[in-house]
Write a protein that binds this ligand. Structure first.
Ligand SMILES: Nc1ncnc2c1ncn2[C@@H]1O[C@H](COP(=O)(O)OP(=O)(O)O)[C@@H](O)[C@H]1O
Ligand SMILES: [Mg+2]
Length: 238
């Protein structure tokens, strides 16, 4: 499998007045197409910063970032936003839905931002996505009329609207109870089995256990990088 994401000596600093905050201190990682990766690590270790750089929401300070064969670190802001809307899907802890819009309208939102004309076929596709995440009977509900798990399903449907290659999640189950978290993780696993590459931040071991590979950050560096399947084998062998 070719690497879908490759970062080389990735450094990210923030500059606060005269102070430099060194957040990511030279990361080297490659993620294969079709993989399901959990990014773990203590609070403040740089997980969200890394995800934001991978999601082209923030720029790196130095190093290289390749998405497929494309060197993202050299792109203009316009090109980055094009990559975001055509290649990436995002799921956030707080769902980030617009409260005044219905389920289907929230799913359509990334298309509106891109200026895509919402013709009958496009609308039908958004309805199909809402149905796929189990909200066929909630199409005209608004976020506040939905449970947290249902809102996150809307966010998952929305993340799929551009048929992204790569789905990025920042603590996608962070606001959900454990039963609902399992439902969301089952959905992500299905998407992964259907071929989507997923990179997900979590600080919970039982959520990370759904991933195929677990990368732990500590203080802006990679502390460990383990395949869940090999770890299970090793544990069985003990
Ligand atoms: N915009 C910012 N400006 C300055 N410092 C930041 C900014 N964003 C994050 N940081 C700092 O970077 C470090 C890593 O943050 P973050 O990536 O959010 O960690 P995590 O998601 O692992 O909890 C923290 O010390 C945080 O204070
Ligand atoms: Mg974070």
């Amino acid at each position: 499998m070719p690497a879908i994401v490759r970062i080389v000596d990735l450094v990210k600093n923030y500059y606060l007045g005269s102070q430099t905050v060194h957040v990511l201190k030279g990361l080297n990682l490659a993620f294969d197409e079709g993989d399901f990766v959990a990014l773990m690590g203590p609070s403040g270790s740089g997980k969200s910063t890394l995800l934001n750089v991978l999601g082209c929401l923030d720029r790196l300070t130095s190093g290289q970032y390749y998405l497929g064969d494309v060197n993202v670190s050299e792109m203009s802001d316009d090109q980055l936003s094009e990559v975001r809307s055509t290649y990436l899907g995002f799921i956030f802890q707080s769902y980030n839905l617009l409260p005044q819009y219905t389920v289907v309208e929230n799913v359509e939102l990334p298309l509106l931002y891109q200026g895509v004309k919402l013709d009958a076929a496009t609308k039908a596709r958004c309805v199909a996505l809402a149905e796929m995440v189990g909200l066929g009977d909630r199409l005209d509900h608004r976020p506040l009329q939905l449970s947290g798990g249902q809102q996150q399903r809307v966010a998952i449907a929305r993340s799929l609207v551009n048929d992204p290659h790569l789905i990025l999640g920042d603590e996608p189950t962070g606001n959900l109870d454990s039963k609902t978290s399992i439902e969301i993780m089952e959905m992500l696993r299905e998407l992964n089995r259907a071929g989507k590459t997923i990179i997900m931040v979590t600080h919970e071991n039982d959520i990370a256990a759904w991933a195929r590979r677990v990368v732990r950050l500590r203080d802006g560096r990679v502390e460990s990088d383990v395949r869940n399947d090999t770890r299970t084998t090793a544990e069985l062998g003990r």
